[in-house]
Design a protein around this ligand. Structure first.
Ligand code: PMP
Length: 447
């Protein structure tokens, strides 16, 4: 399949070589580099990526799931073009702020006020600072194997090599990047996803120093690991008991599992929510919101140059172009009908996968939630990061390359990622995806 991949993509290969001269690894996010080289895009439209070799790839990766609206959604494009005519950046408030903020406030019970940033990294980073300002404490409890962005503390044990990770009940804090200072892990306390006891143990020992429990409602760095019954509810109780902020990272789950994200889908209310990705329909945005009492700890002004609360700065924060995209996406495109459409198609895709898996006798499981789904090549349950070792990543790699060779990008490159069904996908496209998987199963896996 690698040979076939190379045969189909000579222009991507050439471009990769040229780009490596001017851009490290030829990409602008380390996650995007993979062997032998990435598919280079010419353009995208609807549900299709057109690559530089003339291949037309049915897209279920959708830019790490940002494109719940699909590519080039006509309503969104028209609105953004209109906004371009009104200016793209004001660095001052405008009517666009309310246009984008209100639908988030409407969707999350926990959000009474919201601030905008430019990425998920910034949303989580600022939300964490706010939690520290609000509680006057510094440590953050986080789940081993969860991704929360590219800022320093988030790179501690996001997916550590098991041989460096220590025991599950006392994980080592692994700095997964050069350049992250040695002092950074000090404020990171690691628990296990789906193990409320591990969180409670940390609170018993460090409670008065803990500002926040930072958690994704569903852990989407482990394919699709959903919370077991009672896990999120118990975190809510513990947060209340220890006066700790419950901070949901809904960068991926927000508006994708349900209109009101993981909080709505699983019925547990956080104190602060960090958002990004799909809320902007593909435009670079992040946001964080919570109850007024907490959000008011964001500095209202400066006193002798010093912020009077938690600082939140940024030249491009809340620019009208992106806010326009957020407002149109949430108000006009992601309607109740849109949610029904994507979850119906998601179940259709999952059913197709399950049939193929059964017919081919593969060791695999298929999971879905809202617009997202994943296939894991193992029969073992994936509840925590430690279970991830059961996944056959090599097999998954062959699956991914084999699917791309059949004109389907099933999800972002890594096995830890998930597919997204967009509002523009059709039942025929779902069936084409399943057919490609069936063909792959007979040619590759059963050979
Ligand atoms: N949190 C989660 C859960 C994410 O999945 C990501 C990105 N994959 C981030 C934060 C960081 O978002 P961004 O890439 O927009 O900085």
């Amino acid at each position: 399949e690698y040979e076939r991949y190379r045969d189909r993509t000579p222009n991507s290969a050439e471009m990769a070589e040229e780009l490596r001269e001017v851009v490290p690894a030829g990409v602008c996010s380390t996650f995007r580099a993979y062997e032998p080289y990435p598919i280079h895009a010419d353009r995208a439209a609807g549900t299709t990526i057109y690559d530089v070799d003339g291949n037309e790839l049915l897209d279920f990766a959708l830019n790490n799931g940002t494109q719940l609206v699909g590519h080039t959604h006509p309503e969104l494009d028209d609105a953004v073009v209109e906004q371009i005519d009104r200016g793209t950046l004001y660095t001052r408030p405008s009517d666009r702020l309310e246009f984008a903020a209100q639908p988030l406030i409407d969707r999350w019970d926990a959000i009474e006020q919201v601030r905008f940033t430019n990425s998920g990294t910034e949303a989580v980073m600022h939300a964490t600072r706010l939690a520290r300002a609000y509680t006057g404490r510094e440590k953050v409890i986080r789940m081993e194997g969860a991704y929360h962005g590219a800022h320093d503390p988030a790179l501690v044990s996001k997916m550590p090599p098991l041989e460096q990770a220590g025991p599950a009940d006392d994980p080592r804090r692994v700095r997964e990047s050069q350049g992250v200072p040695e002092s950074v892990p000090e404020d990171v306390l690691l628990a296990q996803y789906n193990d409320a006891e591990s969180v409670e143990a940390l609170l018993r020992e460090h409670g008065p120093e803990v500002a926040a429990i930072l958690v994704e409602p569903a852990c989407l760095n482990l394919g699709l690991a959903e919370p077991e019954d009672g896990f999120l509810e118990r975190l809510r109780e513990l947060a209340d008991e220890y006066n700790v902020v419950l901070l949901f990272d809904e960068v991926k789950t927000g508006v994708k599992l349900a209109p009101g994200g993981g909080a709505e889908y699983y019925g547990v209310e956080p104190d602060i929510v960090a958002l990004a990705k799909a809320i902007g329909g593909g435009y670079p945005v992040g946001a964080f919101g919570g109850r007024r009492e907490i959000m008011e700890r964001i500095a209202a002004d400066l006193d002798d140059g010093v912020a009077t609360g938690a600082a939140h700065y940024g030249t491009y924060n809340g620019n009208p172009l992106v806010l326009c995209a957020v407002g149109v996406t949430l108000r006009e495109i992601l309607t109740e009908d849109a949610y029904d459409h994507v979850s119906d198609l998601n179940e259709r895709l999952a059913a197709g996968y399950r049939d193929v898996i059964e017919d081919a006798g593969l060791e695999a499981q298929v999971k879905t939630a809202g617009s997202q789904g994943a296939v894991h090549f193992t029969d073992e349950p994936i509840r925590t990061f430690r279970d991830w070792q059961h996944v056959d990543e090599e097999f998954h790699e062959a699956y991914w390359i084999g699917m791309v060779n059949r004109d389907v990008v099933p999800h972002p490159h890594d096995a830890s990622q998930q597919w997204t069904i967009s509002v523009q996908h059709t039942a025929e496209e779902i069936d084409a995806h399943v057919e490609a998987f069936a063909d792959l199963a007979t040619h590759l896996f059963m050979a």
